[in-house]
Design a protein around this ligand. Structure first.
Ligand code: NAD
Length: 268
């Protein structure tokens, strides 16, 4: 076995992201699946991880307790209520943590910050490499184009998504606002239907469409006089988040303690 293989411990293994992570680890040449963990008492505990993703048996069984070992990286896409235990286990074992669970409370985020004094923690609400880059491109474009170019963002997600506009659309808009030194809440417009006013130059419109099975599309438009720039990111499926998280895991395996995001991982 290649001694530089990184052992990945997947938490939330039976979930949509967990299964995508297992497939990506199985398809990689430098990663190995060290463990798969899911909710105690849930279905699938004791099942072979390979079988779980309709592949040949791997000899790694889904279990209900995270026991990190040195040389491994924990990749957690589960639920906020699992965060405290998982963070503590990683700190005790001195093992890096990559966490994509969304909806963490302020207290749970503080746990990550505290853990960052002891271990590398990579925490991002969107692990897509493309979306991360798009946020940076949005900031660069906003700065280069200047305040007279009007910015609007339109996003499309599958019919099951509850929140609108998406957190990613809001972060892209925030990147534009920050780059223009605007206070985001002063310039963000998420609903024009109740307004009977013409557009103000500084506004940033952010709107969501829902339907079908799209994993997420974000279009940022800058309108100038007689010209328009569009930056578009289309997510094919959730494997992009798994690939980004595993890129973060490779990076975290050699990082110093700290709390990081995908901008750090990509060197942006
Ligand atoms: P999912 O509901 O399909 O899967 C969650 C899994 O976690 C389930 O198998 C569940 O049994 C398991 N789980 C619940 N409690 C647990 C516990 N205490 N210990 C271990 N496992 C436990 O959800 P999903 O679509 O896979 O998403 C998981 C999380 O990742 C959500 O918070 C989601 O918003 C987030 N997410 C983040 C990104 C990103 O890029 N950061 C991308 C997609 C999803």
């Amino acid at each position: 076995m290649n001694t530089r293989m990184i052992s990945i411990l997947v938490v939330g293994a039976r979930g949509r992201m967990g299964t995508a992570l297992i497939r990506e680890v199985m398809d990689s040449e430098d990663l190995t699946l060290g463990a798969c963990v899911d909710r105690s008492g849930g279905p699938g505990i004791g099942q072979d991880a390979g079988r779980l993703v309709n592949r040949p048996e791997l000899g790694v069984l889904v279990n209900d307790e995270l026991r990190p070992r040195r040389g491994s990286v924990v990749v957690d896409f589960s639920l906020p209520k699992a965060t405290e235990t998982n963070v503590n286990r990683c700190v005790e074992a001195g093992v890096p943590l990559v966490i994509g669970t969304t909806g963490l409370s302020g207290e749970q985020e503080q746990l990550l910050i505290d853990a960052g004094t002891k271990i590398p923690v990579v925490y991002a609400a969107n692990f897509s490499v493309g979306v991360t880059l798009m946020q940076r491109l949005a900031a660069v474009a906003a700065q280069a184009l200047g305040p007279h170019w009007e910015a609007e963002i339109v996003e499309l997600h599958h019919r099951h998504k509850r929140d609108a506009p998406s957190g990613t659309a809001l972060r892209i808009a925030q990147a534009v606002a920050k780059s223009r030194e605007q206070v985001f809440s002063d310039v963000a417009i998420t609903d024009r239907s109740s307004r009977r006013e013409v557009r103000q130059e500084e506004e940033i419109g952010v709107y969501g469409m829902r339907g079908g099975d799209s994993a997420g599309e974000h279009t940022l438009m800058f309108f100038g006089e007689g010209e328009r720039i569009e930056l578009i990111h289309r997510a094919g499926d959730r494997a992009i988040f798994a690939r980004g998280a595993l890129r973060a895991a490779r990076w975290a395996a050699n990082a110093e303690p700290g709390v990081y995001d995908m901008f750090d991982v990509l060197g942006l």
